[in-house]
Design a protein around this ligand. Structure first.
Ligand code: HEC
Ligand code: HEC
Ligand code: HEC
Length: 233
């Protein structure tokens, strides 16, 4: 089962191999480290188009015999590797000037709730620029202090990610990932998305707390695929 440890699967989570590993790792659910494999736990339930793959049938029959079933019925072994995803690569922030103009140190940002009203105003403009949206992207009209789902997400992305993560040793900010789009992942093949996340959200991503960056930092343990819904409150 060593091959199925989360680390090994991550290291090999190229889109093509992830498909092959998904078949065998899902079989291991419930009895070993395979159960924690993020690229397989998220994928089968999340992707409605995956019904043709072996993963869903293996999920409902997590026994040793599922392996044979999956191999016999699955087409995954002969599927071509998915086309590269059309998602912008995560990069160091190009908006450090905006933060400094608000009197903030980009490498040592305070919690969002601790900004002065003047800093909040400038940071709000940086949000609209980084996400390519206007104030309504997060606020319902002029009642800026009312809670909204996107305000909740924005605050958590600031407090948990932007304050903690670096990209290739450089400062990471909202624009590093969003690059002018509020939603930028599209609706790609979810197995390929795991490989993309590895390349962009784990490789070259450092943590100011000194810990090793991994999928669980964002997806939690056990791995939750679409976790942003739970961030909206
Ligand atoms: C990406 C989401 C996002 C966008 C876009 C955004 N805001 Fe905000 N806004 C927030 C969040 C989150 C807070 C809460 C900050 C805090 O904790 O104090 C907030 C708080 C505020 C506040 C303080 C409200 C209070 O509690 O007193 C004002 C004023 C404000 N925003 C104005 C704006 C304006 C004006 C724009 C457009 C230029 C804008 N915001 C765009 C997320 C956003
Ligand atoms: C490490 C990458 C990363 C960083 C940094 C980041 N985000 Fe995000 N954000 C994402 C991803 C991925 C999504 C989901 C996008 C999708 O579904 O297409 C997202 C979604 C969102 C959404 C929900 C959009 C919607 O309408 O569904 C908001 C709001 C948001 N981010 C705000 C911010 C703000 C504000 C910052 C900076 C404080 C920020 N994000 C920093 C990766 C990031
Ligand atoms: C910096 C945070 C971050 C890291 C690290 C990260 N992801 Fe993600 N991932 C996201 C966000 C945000 C979404 C969109 C979630 C949503 O829409 O609710 C997402 C979505 C996904 C999805 C699609 C889930 C679904 O059901 O639609 C998969 C699969 C996935 N990630 C796999 C991985 C894997 C595998 C790793 C580790 C190699 C990883 N992610 C690391 C932020 C991250």
């Amino acid at each position: 089962m060593a091959l199925l440890s989360p680390r090994r699967v991550s290291a090999f989570a190229t889109p093509f191999l992830a498909v092959a590993l998904a078949v065998s790792a899902v079989v291991a659910c419930g009895d070993g480290p395979g159960a924690k494999d993020p690229s397989t736990v998220g994928a089968p339930s999340a992707d409605p188009s995956a019904t043709a793959s072996a993963a869903p049938s293996a999920t409902v029959a997590p026994s040793a015999t599922a392996s044979a079933t999956a191999t016999a019925t699955g087409t995954t072994k002969t599927d071509p590797p998915p086309a590269p995803l059309d998602i912008p690569k995560t990069k160091a922030s190009a908006m450090l000037g905006d933060l400094k103009a608000a009197g903030l140190d980009p490498a040592n940002l305070p919690p969002l709730a601790k900004l002065t009203p003047e800093q909040t105003r400038k940071v709000m403009s940086s949000f609209t620029k980084a996400l390519g949206t206007d104030c309504k992207g997060c606020h319902n009209g002029p009642k800026f202090d009312s809670p909204t789902p996107n305000k909740e997400i924005a605050e958590k992305m600031w407090d948990r990610w932007v304050r903690t993560l670096t990209k290739d040793g450089q400062t990471l900010y909202c624009d590093s990932c969003h690059q002018g789009k509020k939603e930028f992942l599209g609706h790609p093949d979810h197995k390929a998305l795991g490989g993309w996340m590895h390349e962009n959200f784990v490789d070259g991503v450092g943590r100011r707390d000194g810990k090793t960056q991994d999928c669980n930092f964002c997806h939690g343990t056990p791995f939750a695929g679409e976790f942003l819904d739970s961030w909206k409150k």
